[in-house]
Design a protein around this ligand. Structure first.
Ligand SMILES: [Zn+2]
Ligand SMILES: [Zn+2]
Ligand SMILES: [Zn+2]
Length: 280
């Protein structure tokens, strides 16, 4: 499997309108310290999160949006979902030869995704008529469910990040390799750990929104990130050969890339950056 990190920021890094020291420093250092909003491409056909920077990132990294066949949506927050990109599939935009997009999301999330499309276009992603117009097919997935499409097998994992609107983490399996894409999330729940048990992970890409700042009700900071990895080690999901990356980086306690990467290495993992490609 080939994994391309299309975006590695929470909301954006440097943060829009912000003049804190970290944002100011990122604007000077640029390079890996400039981060687009979180989104990931697996191979060339599976996208995790259709976000506001996805189209830009795909173009920047020479990826072909016209080859994307599957979308796993983690949740509905505006740094992860941009309905405008689905609206662009409406027939009057005159798209050609594009494959049908199979969308997988929590039922509450799917409903909001659909309503937001419907705000702007006379179409949606749930009804037969609306989906046909946009050439999409929506699939409900709940925590603990396993779905298969193409030659992928995906398991949805529970998170309490946004209980009301529905949020999910995903384990993606292909050719006996497993990726755990775990953002956005606070500490993993007992249910999540039970759903993960028995899966040996080759790659973990997990929420590392904060450095030494505590917003533990909805995200992980450095301390909680390390705790989750240790728990995953204790239940046999992570071992010394598992590649571990932090993503969804915010300006709150997370400095420019080279500095946070150095610190992460001293703790036994890495911080992802935009454009990073990982081969499994
Ligand atoms: Zn987010
Ligand atoms: Zn800032
Ligand atoms: Zn979120």
């Amino acid at each position: 499997m080939k994994i391309t990190m299309l975006g590695t920021a929470a909301i954006g890094y440097p943060l829009t309108f912000c003049n804190c020291d970290n944002c100011k420093e990122a604007r000077i250092k640029r390079g890996k310290s400039i981060r687009k909003r979180a989104s990931v491409l697996i191979n060339d056909d599976l996208l995790i999160d259709l976000g506001p920077d996805t189209q830009t990132a795909m173009t920047m990294y020479d990826k072909d949006m016209g080859r994307v066949k599957y979308l796993l949506q983690t949740h509905i927050h505006t740094d992860h979902y941009d309905e405008g990109l689905l609206c662009a599939r409406i027939p009057y935009m005159a798209m050609y030869n594009h494959p049908k997009l199979e969308i997988y999301a929590h039922p509450n999330c799917l409903k909001i995704m659909s309503d937001r499309v419907n705000q702007y276009e006379n179409a949606d992603i749930i009804s037969e008529e609306g989906s046909k117009k946009l050439k999409v097919h929506s699939n409900i997935i709940n925590a603990g469910d396993v779905v298969e499409f193409g030659n992928y097998k995906v398991k949805a994992i529970e998170t309490t990040h946004d209980i009301k609107n529905g949020a999910l983490l995903y384990v993606i399996n292909q050719d006996n390799k497993n990726i755990f894409y775990a953002t956005d999330t606070p500490a993993l729940t007992e249910n999540a750990l039970a759903q993960l048990k028995g899966i040996r992970l080759d790659l973990v890409i997990m929420d590392h929104t904060f450095g030494n700042i505590d917003y533990s009700f909805s995200h992980l900071n450095e301390k909680l990130f390390i705790e989750q990895i240790n728990i995953l080690k204790a239940i046999g999901c992570v071992d010394n050969n598992t590649k571990v990356y932090g993503t969804h980086i915010s300006h709150d306690g997370m400095s420019y890339h080279e500095k946070v990467e150095q610190r992460a290495i001293s703790n036994g993992y890495h911080i992802a950056y935009d454009g990073l490609e990982i081969d499994l």
